[in-house]
Design a protein around this ligand. Structure first.
Ligand code: NAG
Ligand code: NAG
Ligand code: NAG
Ligand code: NAG
Length: 355
């Protein structure tokens, strides 16, 4: 039938048009239906320059990309998914993603990125998924997530992070999933506020994987979320000290306290005392003062009781002695003869013995 032929021709023509409109870069694989360009695993060290401008998905995994020239994505404003995982990127120019206003998913997994610019993600307001796992990040600059209100999933797994700032994460109001595992976390005062944020995040229904402490060694392997907040009470003491007059702060730097009541020590070894000038020591001073006062009171009471008992005993002794003396005198008065005869007997005995 004629209408069938017409349709076939039309279909073929439109396909042709789409194909020609979506010209695949050489050696890459393309899916014009979903506007996807896949240049993965080709050993490439640079991004092809002839990527169609209407590309929605660009995959560039398992290549040898180490440098991204600034304007390399500037014509790809339709891009929604960008995957640069398993490359050797170590630096990202500040404006590298600034033309990708439609980007919703950015994968930078398994590169060598050691630092991020605070303004790197300033123009990607639709980003929902960001994977920065397996890199060398030691620090997340605060402000970097300020313009990502849509972000739902963020991975910072397997980096070199020791601490995170609460304020960095506060703008992520739609975050649902956060991965922070496999980092050398230092569970000290610097991480306390982030712990607060994590608790709020979990309460809100967010999912977070294990944040296992590496330091201090007393908390090694423990999940920061399970460490009681009381362990960080000494931090507020630090804050207080800073805000108030700076007194005896000249001592050696304070070693972090050992807040581990769960670990019972075997020997009779006393609790590890924080070094001199530690805030912990100062914090406990009022308690010891109170204890000292208590000791003085108890000692005074005991002394008083002992003194009263001694006085009573002495008085009793005096009374007893005088009573006995009186009794003896009266006894002697009543039986003067008995005493005399005894004397005679003794005299007789003495005489006989002499004889
Ligand atoms: C972007 O497109 C313009 C005009 O088509 C072109 O001159 C320029 O080289 C392209 N830039 C890149 C990085 O491909
Ligand atoms: C999103 O992509 C469309 C083309 O699909 C483009 O016209 C538009 O400018 C892009 N939006 C932004 C914010 O870049
Ligand atoms: C990371 O990338 C390198 C090189 O691209 C690859 O050999 C390695 O298997 C990747 N590692 C992971 C965990 O994906
Ligand atoms: C306390 O003061 C020191 C400098 O005296 C400063 O380095 C530190 O960041 C301050 N800490 C807090 C919590 O304010």
């Amino acid at each position: 039938m004629r209408w069938q032929e017409a349709c076939l021709l039309g279909c073929w023509l439109s396909l042709c048009a789409a194909e020609s409109f979506f010209a695949c870069p050489s050696s890459c694989k393309c899916n014009s239906g979903i506007l996807e360009v896949d240049c993965s695993g080709l050993g490439l060290s640079s991004i092809p320059s002839d990527i169609p401008t209407n590309t929605r998905t660009f995959l560039f995994l398992n290549n040898k990309l180490s440098i991204l020239p600034g304007p390399v994505f500037s014509n790809l404003s339709a891009l929604q998914r960008l995957d640069l995982s398993n490359n050797f990127l170590d630096q990202l120019p500040q404006n590298i993603f600034s033309d990708l206003g439609n980007l919703t998913e950015l994968q930078l997994r398994n590169n060598s990125i050691r630092a991020l610019d605070k303004d790197l993600l300033q123009h990607t307001a639709l980003l929902r998924q960001l994977d920065l796992s397996i890199n060398g990040l030691a620090h997340i600059p605060s402000g970097i997530f300020d313009d990502l209100p849509a972000l739902r999933s963020l991975s910072l797994r397997s980096n070199r992070l020791q601490s995170l700032d609460r304020v960095t994460f506060e703008p992520l109001t739609n975050l649902q999933q956060l991965q922070v595992g496999d980092n050398p976390w230092e569970c000290d005062c610097n991480l306390r506020d982030f712990k607060h944020w994590m608790e709020w995040f979990s309460y809100r229904g967010g999912k977070i994987d294990q944040l296992a402490c590496t330091l201090p060694k007393e908390l090694k392997g423990k999940d920061m979320r399970m460490v009681p907040m009381e362990m960080f009470n000494y931090c507020s003491q630090l804050d207080d000290e800073n805000s108030s007059t700076v007194l005896d702060n000249t001592g050696p730097p304070c070693t972090k306290g050992s807040p581990t009541p769960s670990k019972t020590k075997l020997g009779p070894e006393p609790e590890v005392e924080p070094s001199v000038g530690c805030p912990q020591k100062q914090r406990y001073r009022p308690v010891s003062v109170r204890r000292a006062i208590g000791t003085v009171i108890i000692a005074g009471v005991v002394c008083g009781i002992v003194c009263i008992m001694m006085v009573v005993a002495a008085a009793y002794g005096c009374i007893y002695a005088s009573l006995m003396a009186k009794y003896h005198r009266e006894l002697k008065k009543r039986q003067p003869l008995m005493g005399d005869t005894e004397g005679e007997h003794e005299e007789q005995k003495q005489i006989s013995s002499v004889a």
